[in-house]
Design a protein around this ligand. Structure first.
Ligand code: NAP
Length: 274
């Protein structure tokens, strides 16, 4: 008895033939998102300010036959346009664009350095707009696409000593959700992902950190992989927003209804984190 297997025995994967671009993919959440999409069969382009860091992440992500690493500073529109052009040249299309590049700043609203505050907005907010404005025409041409914006729970609850960071994330949430409605008819889906505390090098990479965060030292946060999987699920289900971990959803609702209760909790957390 002979049993013949078809020549191509590789099981078809959900993202076969799709092309995904991730900004700030050299580490942390961006790298984890690149891996989730690559493992699902997509071709993935990993962007970072530093080509070497992007390439190292590409090697860790694996699937190197259908991934690409490029230098791209999201504060520079010409970098974003170049990354898009090289992606289209190599892969012919973009199905998903992930605006993940982001940076933090812990300082008081009264005394924070305004050049750091502007730099923060250039990355978190204007960098996201640059990505969207660059990729939307390519997606309109294809007749479909998805944009995933990595925001934060801080885009729902303003954090003490994280006022500028929270403001940039509130701005991201507003822009992404408004654009979602504008782009619906073009069949372009916009997803906003709001992680709580995530265990990455984010705190070490801050622009400035003159004050401590409200995060108690004992709280490590969820893993970048968990955030990436939640983002992927949200993309597959065409959701408006994903909050991860889900336990932050009632906290956001509580803040909307009774902000004083959550502020009391944050004041306590601030005392404990010192
Ligand atoms: P991370 O480990 O510090 O990674 C940040 C990434 O952004 C790096 O890959 C960095 O790459 C890139 N980046 C920074 N500035 C850039 C620029 N101007 N142009 C291009 N890339 C830039 O932090 P993370 O925790 O993974 O954060 C990723 C996103 O999640 C951010 O938007 C952050 O606000 C958000 N978030 C994080 C947490 C958390 O607790 N960690 C919680 C909620 C939301 P290079 O340095 O190589 O350029």
């Amino acid at each position: 008895l002979t049993c013949r297997l078809p020549r191509d025995t590789r099981v078809a994967m959900e993202m076969d033939g799709k092309v995904v671009v991730v900004t700030g993919a050299s580490m942390g959440i961006g790298e984890a998102i690149a891996k989730v999409f690559a493992d699902a069969g997509a071709s993935v382009v990993l962007l970072s300010r530093d080509a070497g860091r992007a390439e190292a992440a590409r090697q860790r992500v694996g699937n190197t036959g259908r991934t690409l690493a490029l230098a791209c500073d999201v504060r520079k529109r010409e970098d974003v346009d170049r990354a898009l052009a090289l992606t289209l040249h190599d892969f012919g299309r973009v199905d998903v664009w992930v605006n993940n590049a982001g940076i933090g700043l812990y300082d008081t609203a009264a005394e924070m350095d305004m050049s750091a505050c502007r730099e923060l907005f250039e990355t978190n907010f204007f960098g996201m707009i640059a990505g969207m404005q660059a990729v939307i025409p390519a997606m309109q041409k294809e007749g479909s696409g998805a944009i995933i914006n990595i925001s934060s729970v801080a885009g729902h609850i303003p954090l003490p000593f994280g006022s500028a960071y929270s403001a940039s994330k509130f701005a991201m949430n507003a822009l992404g959700k408004a654009a979602r409605l504008e782009l619906r008819r073009a069949n372009i889906h916009v997803l906003t992902v709001c992680p709580g505390f995530v265990s990455t090098a984010f705190s070490e990479n801050m622009l400035a950190s003159r004050k401590s965060s409200i995060r108690p030292k004992s709280v490590r946060g969820v893993s970048a992989q968990r955030v990436a999987q939640a983002a992927y699920r949200g993309y597959r289900k065409r959701q408006r927003e994903v909050v991860v971990p889900w336990t932050m959803i009632p906290v956001i609702k509580l803040y909307q209804l009774f902000p004083g209760v959550v502020e009391w909790g944050m004041a306590r957390a601030l005392r404990n984190s010192r």
